[in-house]
Design a protein around this ligand. Sequence first.
Ligand code: NDP
Ligand code: HSE
Length: 437
Amino acid sequence: MKPINVGLLGLGTVGGGTLTVLRRNEAEITRRAGRAIRVKVAAVRDLKKAQAQYAGEDIKITTDAMEVVENPDIDIVVELIGGTDLAKNLVLKAIANGKHVVTANKALLAMHGNEIFAAAQAKGVMVAFEAAVAGGIPIIKAVREGLTANRIEWIAGIINGTTNFILSEMRDKGLSFETVLAEAQRLGYAESDPTFDVEGVDAAHKLTILSAIAFGIPMQFDKAYTEGISKLTKEDIQYAEQLGYRIKILGITKRTPKGIELRVHPTLIPTKRLIANVEGVMNAILVKGDAVGATMYYGRGAGSEPTASSVVADLVDVTRMLTADPENRVPHLAFQPDALSSEPILPMSEVRTAYYLRMRAEDKPGVLADITRILADLEISIDAMIQKEPDEGQEQVDIIILTHEAVEKNINQAIAKIEGLSAIPSKVTRLRLENLG
Ligand code: NDP
Ligand code: HSE
């Protein structure tokens, strides 16, 4: 059968890995896809660098990305440029030209996915995006197809490799944040703007996609609550460990009677949970379905060939489904496009979870009683509490409180009142805690 022709937009970490994997496993991939998958043309910014790297290969390299999406010989466009402006134009143009699209670009889908999927639907082409969430883990396939019998209850995952790598390396090797971030960049894990990783934005992009395919709702990135690791202190990491918890950046999306939770933040998880022991660039995602119960998916969340593994899987899927009637293909967002739900995203103030609170307090009688009274008045029940002995010559102590589940707006009020006490000289640190039982 005639080979399928691919145009690659980008030959960087993921684009380069995609080419390598396609080359190395060509025979196996052809046996699986039913026909050869050939990269005919690739777009880059630095032509000389790419021409030197791919000298002697049968690929046309260009700096004009539009040339790739306009090329009538190309069947599938693989967008691996990143960003949301040019990438959006290129993807929409490719769709308008009747080409199928594979992308690893979670920012693009989280922000413009509704428009892109509507355009693809209207044109009868596929937009595949396995690589956009959790690198090499086939989580999109698992949620969209493997768990299709289930009413999904919640998803909780470590879905950013860079921050998990940073937290692990800082804890285990005592390295500085800057050193580990530079290493994550060298290894190709980090986004071109690494604040996307550090501030939880990249995880929120991925969570937005997961939430859409789990609950059959449109992409609503603007309603995601996002908090990264930049304000996390060594003290909190150590206190959490002493209490039997590990801090991970979790993306959590949960169906509740009032709406859908969509939140990314540092989270205390009991150390005994498998997911608390997922280290380095590895990602892990727990998905709870009503029929199957809890399931967990684990693997490399970033990097060249792990991500290429997902890109190539999409290329094979698209190749196999080319001749299928569009109505008989798996819907982009798992649910039929005319059956999406309007369930609201819950504002963070309405989220219910458990909390870790750390405060510095004057070491004098009555302070603890004042704090516990504030919590009790707001129906916040204490699960555990430790008061550290003051350091030599110090008259202030650290108090750490773990609460049972409470509503975030009540915790906000409690924190404001505690910070108003004369015996509390500084801000209260608040982290969220999930038992994931
Ligand atoms: P890189 O920066 O390594 O590669 C980007 C590529 O796009 C480069 O080849 C670059 O060219 C090319 N490019 C950029 N702008 C243009 C342009 N205007 N015209 C033509 N070519 C252009 O990025 P990654 O491979 O790391 O990431 C690509 C996408 O994959 C992003 O959306 C990212 O979020 C996503 N992703 C990345 C993962 C990872 O582990 N790195 C994992 C999962 C998803 P040149 O080489 O000349 O600079
Ligand atoms: N920057 C992302 C991460 C790449 O570190 O997880 C994979 O999506």
